[in-house]
Write a protein that binds this ligand. Structure first.
Ligand code: NAD
Ligand code: MG
Length: 397
């Protein structure tokens, strides 16, 4: 029997790596749904290769175009559009596993839909946990869904925990979780040089090939900040239990320290197909296409403390994690707006942290008891961040 897999964000970096793993296991997995925002051309190619039951595009004009093309190719895939289409793809009865790999808070509702439908949720979309961690964990608990992390650090931690690891529950004997960070492409930059960093420099990651938004997040260290918050929800710990250490080689993907002083780490070449194959095959081990780790070739493993002066985003994220409530949702939304402005040349690199800090300072933190609370905080923060970004843009023009 094959396992049905739905891939949300199939046209992106994680989506492509997931399809690469699926291709290696035609007897084990069957793609039943694919979903993306607007890249109809790539989704068409994927539909013709994998013949899913459903393909969903968030933008309805792109969905119309895809429907026509699929008709022309006599492909029976049903095309859905908009938010409802994404959620239908996420909860399709034929899907036992859902890869949640939409980028940003746009992934929240489809990820919640997959969790509510009791799927094995393969969670790449860390922003959904940052924005509404309590709600997502509750949905998982209520439906009996499985939550298996795809983020390489969290997948590493998951692998270092006693099995079966229960999402959201602190395992007995865990003293500390240590997330590793590559430090990104700007690790060695002076504060002056950081002012002038271009989008091309910021997205040129030394070890990982990823989408543009997460690449900028890696350069600012906000990615590690979002991951700190993600770790708190996934592993049922407070932020003080989660440490971050810079490890430029990206070979040790993260570690768990136990009360007896033992530290377990997961190592491997930096290639997302390893955590993807692990999460899809779990508890079995399956082929991923990733080459063996050659430690002699790597030569050395370095570790250093992150510089919170030059990369204040990690500090802002830790503070938001400690404050709780709507603070992480606001941090995340302000970051999405600031990163988009930076990529479009409307904000300089150091302005990203500046905008997020200003938005957080203006925010009155509230509890997140229902989805409306998270969405309201997200909407408010986007508006505030857009306003500040254009004021700053006007001041420097
Ligand atoms: P990407 O930009 O390459 O791809 C994003 C995907 O999301 C695309 O398929 C796009 O069509 C889709 N999308 C964007 N907005 C959408 C919307 N409004 N509605 C529906 N679909 C939408 O991004 P990526 O690098 O693949 O990252 C995806 C997620 O995985 C992010 O949350 C990221 O933080 C996480 N992640 C990525 C990596 C990596 O190596 N790329 C590693 C760890 C975690
Ligand atoms: Mg990561």
């Amino acid at each position: 029997m094959t396992t049905g897999v739905a891939i949300l964000g199939s046209t992106g970096s994680i989506g492509l790596s997931t399809l690469d793993v699926v291709r290696r296991h035609p007897d084990r997995f069957r793609v039943v749904a694919l979903a993306a925002r607007s890249n109809g051309a790539r989704l068409l190619e994927q539909c013709l290769e994998f013949r899913p039951f459903v393909a969903a595009l968030a933008e309805s004009a792109a969905a119309d175009g895809l429907r026509q093309e699929l008709d022309r190719h006599e492909c029976a895939t049903r095309v859905l559009a908009g938010q409802a289409g994404l959620e239908a793809a996420a909860s399709l009865p034929e899907a036992a596993q859902v890869m949640a790999a939409i980028v940003g808070a746009a992934g929240l509702k489809p990820t919640l839909a997959a969790a509510a439908a009791g799927k094995r949720v393969l969670l790449a979309n860390k922003e959904s946990l940052v924005c509404a961690g309590r709600l997502l964990m509750e949905a998982v608990c209520r439906s009996g869904a499985e939550l298996v992390p795809i983020d390489s650090e969290h997948n590493a931690v998951f692998q270092c925990l006693p099995q079966p690891a229960v999402a959201g529950t602190r395992a007995a004997g865990v003293r500390r979780i240590v997330l590793t960070a590559s430090g990104g492409p700007l690790r060695g930059c002076s504060p002056e040089a950081l002012e002038a960093v271009t989008p091309e420099q910021a997205v040129a990651h030394p070890n990982w090939s990823m989408g543009r938004k997460i690449s900028v997040d890696s350069a600012t260290l906000m990615n590690k900040g979002l991951e700190l918050i993600e770790a708190c929800w996934l592993f049922g710990v407070g932020p003080s239990v989660v440490d971050v250490v810079v490890h430029p080689q990206s070979v040790v993907h993260s570690m768990v320290e136990y009360t007896d002083g033992s530290v377990l780490a997961q190592l491997g070449n930096p290639d997302m197909r390893t955590p993807i194959a692990h999460a899809m095959g779990w508890p079995d081990r399956i082929e991923s296409g990733v080459k063996s780790l050659d430690l002699v070739e790597v030569g050395r493993l370095d570790f250093e403390t992150p510089d919170l002066e030059r990369f204040p985003c990690l500090r802002l994220a830790r503070e938001a994690a400690e404050a709780g409530g709507t603070a992480p949702a606001v941090l995340n939304a302000a970051n999405e707006v600031a990163v988009a402005a930076f990529l479009e040349g409307r904000l300089n690199f150091t302005g990203i942290a500046g905008v997020i800090d200003s938005v957080l300072n203006r925010h009155e933190i509230r509890p997140v008891s229902e989805l409306a609370d998270a969405l309201a905080a997200d909407g408010w923060a986007r508006e505030a961040a857009n306003r500040i970004t254009s004021e700053w843009g006007a001041a420097t023009a």
